[in-house]
Design a protein around this ligand. Structure first.
Ligand code: SF4
Ligand code: SF4
Length: 318
């Protein structure tokens, strides 16, 4: 067993409550094969992370300028002058040319104010377990545990398996938050160590799936059938995006498919569309394509929930 195995970690959150039962520590691994239009963590998609730029935190090239000298690719130069609400004076910002950036991360390492930052870091299984162990008493008292999320955590399946294996040695409840879009061989690596799969269904219609997430849904549905065939417990997550995948036809098809998967399905978790990730697109220089959409009114979400309830499926919102 390799406790020193390292992987790319996007984020770590302690005391989370929505991604599995009880109080949990959630480890977010970098990398995902999908490009969901509403993704609220676009900076988690690339396996090696992204250079993010948050100009509000910059103190200016005259006071600092640490990023200017380090970029060997010539991607950073002096840019525009603005009034800074933080330093309360005019400052000159650096200008980032992403077409030249080689993602070496040097500028972020030198930026003490984190105006330039890298979205992932390499961590060992040991280092993660040290963090996970800190909250054992909360897991025990609340029936919680550890959730491995992403990105898509099974893009780094070997690393995810090592973390989950260590968690099971401590008798912790484990959940895996997965998009379903990875080869079955990746699931085989973690099967013995996962108590609950948080599994996304985004569209039951493959041609719509291609538009919404950039891939057809065949692999996602096949993997779900295989997990259910093995009696694995699955909490289905349905991100409800108004006008894109909340058609009644899709809701009924999702319910039918859940019934087909039988007692493996513990719950349907409806995730109403929100816009919390928009700022992240700007920080990594990408465009958010569905900013024109409104959020779903609560009445509508309850109406959709009622449909699942009528099929005899347990539901939760959020
Ligand atoms: S990540 Fe590296 S290549 Fe990109 S801007 Fe920073 S220093 Fe330059
Ligand atoms: S290193 Fe950071 S704070 Fe300093 S000028 Fe560059 S972006 Fe601004």
């Amino acid at each position: 067993m390799n406790h020193n195995k390292t992987g790319n970690v996007f984020d770590i959150q302690r005391y989370t409550l929505n991604d599995g039962p009880g109080i949990r520590t959630e480890i977010f691994l970098q990398g995902c094969h999908l490009k969901c239009l509403w993704c609220h963590s676009p900076d988690s998609q690339a396996i090696n992370g992204e250079l993010a730029w948050f100009p509000l935190l910059c103190v200016g090239t005259k006071k600092c300028g640490a990023c200017l000298g380090v970029c060997k690719a010539g991607a950073i130069s002096e840019g525009r002058t603005i009034y800074s609400k933080i330093t309360k004076e005019e400052i000159t910002l650096p200008q980032l040319d992403r077409s030249k950036c080689k993602k070496c991360g040097l500028c972020a390492k030198n930026c003490y104010s984190s105006a330039l930052y890298y979205t992932c870091k390499s961590m060992s299984v040991d280092a993660l377990m040290e963090i996970i162990r800190k909250d054992t008493k909360y897991y025990e008292s609340s029936g919680g545990g550890v959730t491995i999320s992403g990105g898509e955590p099974l893009v780094q399946a070997d690393f995810a398996a090592e973390i989950l294996k260590e968690c099971k040695k401590l008798n912790l409840h484990t959940a895996l938050d997965t998009s379903g879009y990875v080869p079955w061989a990746n699931y085989e690596k973690v099967l013995p160590y996962v108590d609950l799969y948080l599994y996304d269904f985004k569209s039951m219609f493959s041609e719509i799936s291609e538009v919404l997430i950039g891939k057809p849904n065949g692999l996602i549905l096949d993997n779900a059938r295989k997990l259910a065939g093995m009696g694995k417990k699955m909490q289905i997550r349905y991100p409800m995006i108004p006008g894109l995948n909340d058609q009644l036809e899709n809701i009924h098809e999702t319910a039918h498919f859940c019934l087909e998967l039988g007692s493996s399905i513990t719950k349907i978790q409806l995730l109403p569309y929100h816009k919390l990730g928009i700022a992240k697109y700007e920080r990594i220089g990408r465009e958010y394509q569905i900013g024109h959409l409104d959020t779903l009114p609560p009445g509508k979400v309850n109406e959709y929930r009622e449909i699942f309830t009528k099929y005899g499926l347990e539901t939760m919102i959020g």
